[in-house]
Design a protein around this ligand. Structure first.
Ligand code: 5GP
Ligand code: ZN
Length: 111
């Protein structure tokens, strides 16, 4: 856990945030400023700055993040309508919170 990291605080329940899912490795919660009807964040409890900082031993963690996103898409009811999974990487890639997270975005009206 890193002091002054907001997602470490949420992941270690030092900041009140409703968790939609949690297990030993991961937490899932709603984005505070959603860009779509469903905008959830899949966040490992382990502090990793960004995709650039992944180590070979983090392979299982990344696989679990993606599998969790798939399961949460089903829970949100967007698995059939479709959704986006997004990693922003570093400032130029739009990352503003430097604790690894995967955006699950969907729920737009069907045309
Ligand atoms: P990034 O741009 O770093 O990929 O995404 C960070 C996301 O975290 C943003 O979409 C932002 O709205 C969200 N966010 C920032 N601070 C908080 C917070 O305190 N609580 C929650 N639930 N989301 C946050
Ligand atoms: Zn952190």
């Amino acid at each position: 856990m890193i002091e002054d990291c907001i997602f470490c605080k949420i992941a270690h329940q030092q900041m009140p945030t409703e968790l939609l899912f949690q297990n030993d490795q991961m937490v899932v919660f709603r984005d505070i400023k959603p860009h779509a009807p469903v905008h959830w964040l899949i966040v490992p409890r382990k502090h990793i700055r960004s995709i650039n900082d992944l180590q070979p031993e983090d392979g299982d963690l990344i696989a679990e993040m993606i599998a969790t996103a798939r399961d949460m898409a089903k829970k949100a009811g967007v698995n059939e309508s479709g959704y986006k999974l997004l990693f922003n990487v570093e400032k130029g890639g739009g990352q503003v919170i430097f604790h690894l997270h995967l955006h699950l975005i969907g729920g737009w009206a069907k045309s």
